[in-house]
Design a protein around this ligand. Structure first.
Ligand code: HEM
Length: 505
């Protein structure tokens, strides 16, 4: 007995020494109390309900808004969190090749497969050049314009008219979510599942997609061993994740199959812009090689769904919330539309070139994206050791987490009025758009992995926002307090409930 007790004490003593040495060695500024065994996890879980604000408050107290988070022992949950623009520039651009997404990212974002978001080196490069060649085409903008116009005419307006006439309360976030899902399905798969219709149908693949995004968030705040164990047993969020992935894959694979069948039947290649699946399949047909097999197409489609769906939903939801709660901004947006198109009772729907003229609206969108970045955090892993501009030491394999949400809320970056919604911040004295460097306005990422859909996003958001704002006054209930969702995309937990009234022009 004495022998065992001594051994246990000796082991405990030994672990404490290792812990202290380790703590001193990598204590680059712990962001909260680092308890033995459990690290800083209890405090993170305690504040989970206000996760983003907790991180922001914590980083505000750190030197150069950078600090270390230590998870439970042996949990591989240690990372450096930063919101310092100089660190962002260093990691994302200057020393890009030393910082990768890495295997942990690939594990957590398993559902992304080998798509553009989750890969590095050659796989990423191939995906990026493929998508770049499509997104930067003028034809693609026009293709997108057509789809949005059709969706506005056939689904959104009939629904909003119905809701307005009946005096119903509407969850605008749900409406945007359905709109963007139909839109991205049309762009990628060439079919419209009609999620957006008056009876608000329950569409399995749409809900499955939301579920996957939520479960990935929890993989960030739980030790890997815990969620892996849950997955093995098929319990908790992991059970939901497995089910949702299955449902979503069924939907995508069956779309791929019917597309292949369609292509086999149609022998001649149409030169006009078509959905992305057809485009990628045609490339194989032309080169007589199978580069884009079903798994490649599934991963590409999944990644583009994430990229182009909820990001736009999030941006529109926060924009409408902010505009509805800032009547002066709303008036200025409408005045700008009047100045450019003589009336807000626009007969023809605004197109790609029309919306590019709207500078004030552009400023309002940038403000919404600054305060509520649709992707609120990002991560990278160091290959070799490094020292960041903030002076923090990075060991090889250190995980680095960026809080984009916090960056929009720091006085050092945006000035004393950083918490205010001020579109004027983005407009120069000559009435032009102010271009902020991407390491400061980090919402669309920075460096070689900058978002490929940035220009397209502004076009989409402006087209949808102008068509709603010109027709309806959107009122948010006075008691509406937006709560941030637990997801990898920044949505409102309980949606955005509004009432609509038709504008008298
Ligand atoms: C408001 C809307 C959007 C925001 C805020 C946004 C933001 C971002 C961010 C932060 C990243 C980097 C993610 C990471 O590496 O972890 C990213 C990457 C990307 N985005 Fe967007 N995005 C938006 C819309 C779109 C749209 C509409 C598309 C196209 C359909 C798109 C396509 C992409 C692609 C392909 C990447 C991967 C780039 C790479 O890794 O090389 N995004 N976006």
């Amino acid at each position: 007995m004495v022998g065992y007790t001594t051994m246990i004490f000796a082991l405990f003593f030994f672990l404490c020494i290792i812990f202290q040495i380790n703590r001193r060695r990598c204590c680059k500024c712990p962001i909260s109390i680092d308890y033995p065994f459990v690290g800083m996890l209890p405090q993170l879980l305690w504040n989970l309900w206000k996760f983003h604000d907790f991180i922001t408050q914590t980083l505000k107290q750190q030197h150069r808004s950078t600090g270390e988070f230590k998870g439970p022992w042996f949990s591989q949950m240690n990372f450096l969190i930063t919101s310092d623009p100089f660190n962002v520039h260093h990691i994302m651009s200057k020393f890009f090749y030393n910082y990768v997404k890495g295997s942990e990212f690939h594990d957590i974002f398993e559902a992304f497969g080998d798509g553009i978001f989750a890969t590095d080196s050659d796989t990423w490069k191939y995906n990026r050049s493929l998508f770049h060649s499509v997104f930067k085409q003028r034809d693609f903008e026009i293709f997108q314009e057509k789809i949005i116009h059709k969706k506005l005419e056939t689904s959104l307006f009939p629904m909003l008219d119905h809701v307005e006439k009946q005096g119903l309360v509407l969850d605008l976030q749900d409406v945007f979510s359905r709109f963007t899902f139909d839109n991205i399905c049309s762009v990628i798969l060439g079919c419209d599942p009609n999620c957006l219709s008056i009876d608000f149908p329950y569409v399995v693949c749409e809900k499955a997609f939301d579920q996957i995004e939520e479960c990935i968030f929890y993989r960030h705040v739980l030790p890997k061993s815990v969620w892996k164990f849950q997955k093995l047993l098929g319990i908790g969020h992991e059970r939901k994740m497995t089910k949702a992935c299955k449902e979503f894959d069924q939907f995508i694979y069956s779309s791929i199959e019917s597309k292949r069948e369609e292509l086999r039947k149609c022998s001649k290649n149409n030169i006009e812009m078509v959905d992305l699946l057809t485009l990628f399949m045609r490339k194989d047909k032309e080169s007589q090689q199978v580069i884009h097999d079903d798994k490649f197409l599934r991963d590409a489609a999944f990644n583009l769904f994430v990229a182009g769906r909820d990001t736009i939903t999030s941006a529109l939801t926060w924009l409408f919330y902010l505009v509805a709660t800032h009547p002066l901004v709303e008036t200025k947006i409408l005045e700008e539309i009047k100045d450019n198109f003589k009336t807000i009772n626009i007969e023809k729907k605004l197109g790609v070139d029309d919306v590019k003229k709207l500078v004030y609206l552009h400023g309002a969108i940038c403000e919404a994206l600054r305060l509520f970045p649709p992707i609120p955090f990002e991560s990278k892993k160091a290959i070799k050791g490094d020292i960041l501009p903030s002076g923090h030491i990075v060991d090889p394999n250190t995980m680095i987490l960026f809080s984009l949400y916090s960056m929009g809320r720091f006085e050092d970056i945006w000035g004393k009025d950083c918490l205010e919604f001020k579109p004027e911040r983005w407009i120069s004295e000559r009435g032009r758009i102010v271009h902020e460097p991407s390491y400061k306005f980090f919402t669309f990422n920075a460096g070689p992995r900058t978002c490929l859909g940035k220009d397209l996003s502004f076009i989409q958001i402006k087209m949808i926002a102008t068509s709603i704002l010109c027709k309806y006054r959107v009122q948010v209930g006075e008691d509406h307090i937006p709560i941030l969702s637990h997801s990898i995309v920044l949505l409102m937990k309980n949606g955005l409930r509004v009432k609509l009234t038709k504008r008298q022009n």
